[in-house]
Design a protein around this ligand. Sequence first.
Ligand code: BGC
Ligand code: ZN
Ligand code: ZN
Length: 358
Amino acid sequence: MKAIVVKPGSKGVEVRDVNEKEVQNFGRVKVRIIENGICGTDREIVQGKMTSARAPQGRDWLVLGHEALGVVEEPFGEFKVNDVVMPVNRRGCGKCNNCLMGRADHCETGEFVEAGISDMDGFMREYYYDDPKYLVKVPKGIEDIAILAQPLSDLEKSVNEIIKVQERVYWTCNDGTFSCRRALVIGSGPIGILVSMLLRSHSFQVIVANRREPTEIEDQIFQEIGVEYFNSAKGYTELKGRFDVIFNASTAPPTVIEDIIPFLNYNGVLGLFGFPPSGEMKLSFQEIQRLSLKGVAILGLANGQKPHFEEAMRHLSQWKITWPKTTNKLITRTVHVDEAPKVLSFKEENEIKVKIRW
Ligand code: BGC
Ligand code: ZN
Ligand code: ZN
């Protein structure tokens, strides 16, 4: 079968034939891949810059891909022929309690594996076999945007966790929701847009920042979902007020963290999600002390698991109805597999999400 293959640590990507026996499979449900999404992580791997990229044991190449939509071809367990499914991309270490309870996002040994990223073959191939435990059913009617459920799952987990951590203080507003809470989202890429949609769904006031003017598509999206845009090209000094949540959804240089920390409100949360491939930042003792006196929580946020994929599916179904213009704009391009190396190597202007179709 054809697969999209990389050599972790070196630059490059190719579509080539692989033998079914030489690639990893994970269970008895045969899934034929319909399409894959690509994200910044894939591109970093293709650039040879992703430090956590590793091939499965015993070889130097890896099947890429952690965003996948597929259709069941051989049934098993609750999965029937023609069910549209999506795989959970991180798999547990098999040892720690969190992994054993289906929460590999909080693995305690660090020995988890990630499809198409570290120690596990990914889903950019014609078909593979999986365990029902790691498959999520895609509800009818959202097949066109369902690929977004993978990145959205990371964000469902992140926003849930922010809200959970804030149970430490009185945080809801006088209407019982988070409508008086202000969130600043750094970055207006697919992650910035999806997390803004999610925060709006939880009633937060949202400002999205990026170091340029918004594109026309972004303008239309932010208008529909009710988000304000801030151009941070000249820094953040013009930004008004304090924020209860600051969410880094960008791969901007780490100094952006230094710049935005003063904007955190008392009892605020700094959500660390996006990271640049490299760089440095400094946090002085005084700044750490100030954060501590303000009761700020700094939360490391990575990866979503099956419950978060399920929540993502529900939100995508809802958003198709409430924000139809936006959901129609999120997939900016669909290409055939043969063009995959090209789209994996270059990011187009105005791109939000690119899909590879099998
Ligand atoms: C994926 C996450 C994964 C992370 C780190 C992201 O692109 O969406 O699920 O945990 O990369 O490898
Ligand atoms: Zn990703
Ligand atoms: Zn674990």
